[in-house]
Design a binder for this molecule. Structure first.
Ligand SMILES: *Cc1c(COP(=O)(O)O)cnc(C)c1O
Length: 467
């Protein structure tokens, strides 16, 4: 790495602007300023082509759970590349990493989720969930059960199915016409939408919306409910503790399948292997991606319990679904090694008992009293911070003031990656972050909150509050 001559940032930026269309990006405005060229990374740090160092408060895109530069993952990929770079799993064949990865996922998932289907991305895993739950009901003689119920402000990927299932209005507008037979209920966002109730009561009320929706649609027409244990791209929204157990009770009552989209919450993010364990529910089916390989290679999986598995195995015949890269040997080898590292280095325990509690308390101590901070919620190594115009009342900025983007840009220009989800700022650092690195990240965030405050309020903070 150190012997590589530095990339020529200006040339790369110009060529990028000429040819590269970026995801979720206003290309014209990106091209006007030029993309930042990231050249290398180690641990929780990134470097760009100008040699500037950034601390990555987002684990890439919620995925680099083990941090950057783990030689074990590189070696696992190299070994498998040399032995067998690719072979399919469609036609009566399998491969060693896929076999062992399926077994490892069966071991770490809760309950009886012992069968695993592989895909290449979170979105493909979500398509697989939709295909599986609908087909499950058809095979069980209830072909009318086609409806999936999801939540407003949910994120389930960006294929047509994922965009349709998610609750992001900006995506709906551009993806229309959307997939039929998808319905939505409110998100359990207490600070934003439920402050007139106790958190407990609000959690129950949001979950009961599921029951109302099931009765409205007819229980015999509903296939499944799907949710992220903690909403990620929606802004890190942690539901009240009462929410998921009540959702579980309602799904059980009507026999409806419960799907947990663990693409962000899986692999230790919340202090358990899977977010459903932290949030207190047992799904019938789990989608996972991102942290599965710590982002080193693209891979995703869907794990199913006996209820779905026995139907798919015994009643189905051919399941007419799959991807060229389902069970890709190199991606599977890296994911398997990643799970081994998470296990052997006791990273889940580190998040649950050590760094998660430290991170949560530092974020609250150092950012909680900031005048822009309305409310902080988080669990494990996830946190979401609502930026508000008036701290006491929790009043948001007018829609013309894009406080999240202003704050994100200050961070990005000052050596910190945080993401803005609307007016919520979110943290999702690598699970291997140290206490000193947490301190550095949070202090940088505080300084950037100050700069943001000066921009959006048009006044300088007194030295006392800059701290
Ligand atoms: C990122 C994400 C997806 C989509 O994953 P891709 O790999 O980007 O297709 C699906 N669900 C959740 C909860 C996610 O965070």
């Amino acid at each position: 790495m150190t012997n590589t001559p530095p990339a020529n940032g200006a040339t790369l930026r110009a060529t990028d602007a000429q040819h590269h269309l970026h995801p979720f990006t206003d290309t014209a405005s990106l091209n006007a300023k030029g993309a930042r060229v990231i050249t290398k990374a180690k641990g929780v740090y990134l470097w760009d082509s100008e040699g500037e160092r950034l601390i990555d408060g987002m684990s890439g895109l919620w995925c680099v759970n083990m941090g950057y530069g783990r030689q074990e993952l590189v070696d696992a990929a190299n070994r498998q590349m040399e032995a067998l770079p690719y072979y399919n799993t469609f036609f009566q064949t399998t491969n060693e990493p896929a076999v062992h990865l399926a077994q490892a996922i069966a071991e770490i998932t809760p309950g009886d989720l012992n069968h695993v289907f592989f895909a290449g991305s979170g979105s493909e895993a979500i398509d697989t969930v939709i295909r599986m739950v609908r087909h499950y009901w058809t095979l069980n003689g209830q072909p009318d059960r086609k409806i999936l119920i999801a939540r407003d402000n949910a994120y389930h990927g960006s294929t047509i199915a994922g965009a349709s299932l998610g609750g992001m209005s900006g995506m709906h507008k551009q993806a229309a016409p959307l997939l039929p037979d998808i319905h939505r209920i409110s998100q359990p966002y207490w600070y934003g939408e439920g402050r007139d109730m106790s958190e407990h009561d609000f959690g129950i009320a949001c979950a009961r919306e599921l029951e109302d929706k099931i009765l409205e649609l007819g229980p015999d027409n509903v296939a499944a409910f799907i949710g992220e244990p903690v909403q990620g791209a929606g802004g890190v929204i942690v539901p009240p503790a009462s929410y998921w157990p009540e959702i579980q009770r309602i799904c059980n009552k009507y026999g409806i399948l419960l799907a947990s989209d663990e693409v962000i919450c899986g692999f230790g993010r919340t202090g358990s292997w899977f977010g459903c364990e932290t949030l207190g529910f047992q799904p019938d089916i789990i989608s996972m991606a991102k942290g599965l390989s710590s982002g080193y290679l693209p891979i995703s999986a869907v794990a199913v319990g006996e209820r779905i598995a026995s139907t798919l195995i015994n009643k189905c015949g051919d399941f007419n679904h799959g991807f060229t890269y389902s069970g890709h040997p190199v991606a599977a080898a890296v994911a398997l090694e990643n799970i081994r590292l998470l296990r052997d280095e006791r990273v889940i325990e580190y998040v649950a008992n050590t760094i998660g509690p430290y991170f949560q308390s530092r974020v609250r101590e150092r950012l909680g009293d900031h005048p822009l901070c309305g409310h902080i919620e988080g669990v494990g190594l996830l946190a979401g911070i609502a930026l508000v115009k008036d701290k006491a009342s929790g009043t948001l900025f007018e829609s013309g003031v894009d406080v999240g983007t202003v704050c994100r840009d200050h961070c990005f220009n000052n050596g910190l990656v945080m993401r803005a989800c609307g007016s919520r700022m979110v943290f999702c650092p690598p699970l291997v972050i140290s206490r000193a690195e947490v301190d550095e990240m949070v202090e940088k965030a505080r300084a950037c909150f100050d700069l943001t405050y000066e921009d959006v309020m048009g006044e300088t903070l007194s030295c006392a509050s800059v701290g």
